[in-house]
Design a protein around this ligand. Structure first.
Ligand code: ARG
Length: 461
């Protein structure tokens, strides 16, 4: 049964109905739709549309519908109604007869869907904030264990300078912490204004205290402009924007670990629990969890793009184009949530191959900057030291030696003032410990960074 048959002489073509109906995906907002309907029933009761007894009966029936929806949400998807609003109203009328037909007084599906989606986004934010926190906790745990373990640091995918593995892990923890803060800001903004009472576009004609209604639904206040409120999907764009940014972080993390786990690097070993085998090659253990995280980043960025394009040039106020907001939002939120959980699972079982990582950090002349700094200490201007060390590296390469394997005599070919103290300077732990500036890779510094983030995380559920 459609909500709007009166002015029509013909029913919809089945093909149009299939094209137009949204219940197959917006059933996911059933609980939100019912919660909004309960608040609306109370508001129109105060406005004199319903008696107290009628309100009670509607509340009772809505509570039953809510329990049903919570019990088996997906069963609603195939009910055949146009959308979740039509479904809830039909079921309410089945339960309460003509009384149920009063609920929609002064309300439109335009403010209704705007409210439902905002409520859905609010719950999604809460779940996502928990998932980000869980991942951050796993990262902190790993970083703590490895705050002193030496690892090759890269720029341009060329070995650059050694870092600690904990330092690398915490780089990602910082990214996810910013995602957390970004999402918290959006959450606050979502909770600021409630669209209910905006009706179709011009505001309801009934005497509703919209601020009180908003507060009952957990918002700060009623929205200030009804035209804006029924077509505002900023929160969808924001959520997708943050999802896209966070998926980029997850994808970078995945890419790094895929490289570090490769047979060529073998700096880390992924657990059997997050890898899979090949149907043909018995020796393989593929990093599927990470590859899927990297791959799924594309669909979330696609969802953001799609939403932005849908909103662009949308005439004021509500247009059916807006129905296109949900599938991509639901998919992006599900995907992001799954990827956060999967990344946490990867870290639970991640093993660092300390020896391989240390050997790799030693290779590639990644202590060359140290030699230059050593020469600076002997009074050589840095630019000149840079050139001298470059030549020393070239020489060492030709001898198949590391810098620390050159003799003092060999060093003296490049600069006379090199002494036996050069070997301490080239030693990796020394090099790491020297970088104790705030944000640097020295273990003490990384431990301070870990403690600061741990402190933030400790106040979260
Ligand atoms: N299914 C619609 C949506 O998702 C609900 C709002 C319908 N409003 C309307 N005026 N046809 O946007």
């Amino acid at each position: 049964m459609a909500l709007w048959g009166g002015r029509f002489t013909q029913g919809p073509d089945q093909r149009f109905k299939d094209f137009n109906d949204s219940l197959k995906f917006d059933y996911r907002m059933a609980v939100e739709d019912i919660e909004g309907s309960m608040a609306w029933a109370r508001a129109i009761c105060k406005a004199g549309v319903l008696t107290e007894a009628e309100l009670k009966a509607l509340e009772q029936a809505l509570a039953e519908l809510k329990a049903e929806a919570e019990e088996s949400l997906s069963a609603i998807a195939g009910a055949g109604d146009e959308d979740i609003h039509s479904y809830v109203e039909r079921r309410l009328i089945e339960k309460t007869g003509d009384l149920g037909k009063k609920l929609h007084t002064g309300r439109s599906r335009n403010d209704q869907v705007a409210l439902d989606l905002k409520l859905w986004c609010r719950k999604a934010c809460e779940q996502l904030l928990t998932a980000i926190t869980h991942l951050e906790r796993e990262l902190v745990k790993t970083a703590k264990v490895h705050s002193e373990d030496i690892f090759p640091g890269y720029t341009h995918l060329q070995r650059a300078q050694p870092v600690t593995f904990g330092h690398w892990v915490m780089a990602y923890a910082q990214m996810f912490e910013r995602d957390y803060q970004r999402l918290s800001n959006t959450y606050k903004l979502i909770k600021d204004t409630c669209p209910l009472g905006s009706a179709a576009l011009a505001g309801t004609a009934y005497n509703i205290d919209r601020d009180a209604l908003a507060q009952e639904l957990g918002f700060e206040r009623g929205s200030a402009n009804s035209l804006d409120a029924v077509s505002d999907r900023d929160h969808v764009m924001e959520l997708l924007g943050i999802a896209a940014i966070s998926m980029v972080h997850l994808s970078r993390l995945a890419e790094d670990l895929i490289i570090y786990n490769s047979g060529e690097a073998h700096f880390v070993e992924l657990s059997d629990t997050v890898t899979s085998g090949s149907s043909l090659m018995p020796q393989k253990k593929n990093p599927d969890a990470l590859e899927l995280i990297r791959g799924k980043c594309g669909r979330v960025i696609g969802a953001l793009n799609g939403m932005l394009v849908t909103m662009k040039a949308l005439p004021m106020a509500y247009d059916k184009d807006l129905q296109e907001d949900k599938e991509r939002l639901f998919d992006a939120v599900d995907t992001w949530h799954d990827c956060l959980e999967m990344a946490a699972l990867v870290f639970e079982g991640l093993k660092l191959n300390r020896h391989e990582a240390l050997e790799a950090a030693k290779g590639g002349y990644s202590n060359a900057t140290e030699l230059a700094d050593y020469l600076v200490g002997k009074g050589v201007p840095f630019r000149e030291a840079h050139g001298l060390v470059g030549r020393a590296v070239l020489y060492a390469i030709s001898k198949h030696k590391a810098l620390e394997d050159l003799s003092v005599d060999e060093f003296e070919q490049f600069y006379k003032g090199v002494g036996g103290d050069v070997y301490d300077a080239l030693e990796l732990h020394h090099l790491i410990n020297k970088r104790s500036v705030k944000g640097g890779t020295a273990p003490a510094q990384v431990q301070a960074e870990i403690a600061a983030l741990e402190h933030k995380l400790s106040s979260r559920a």
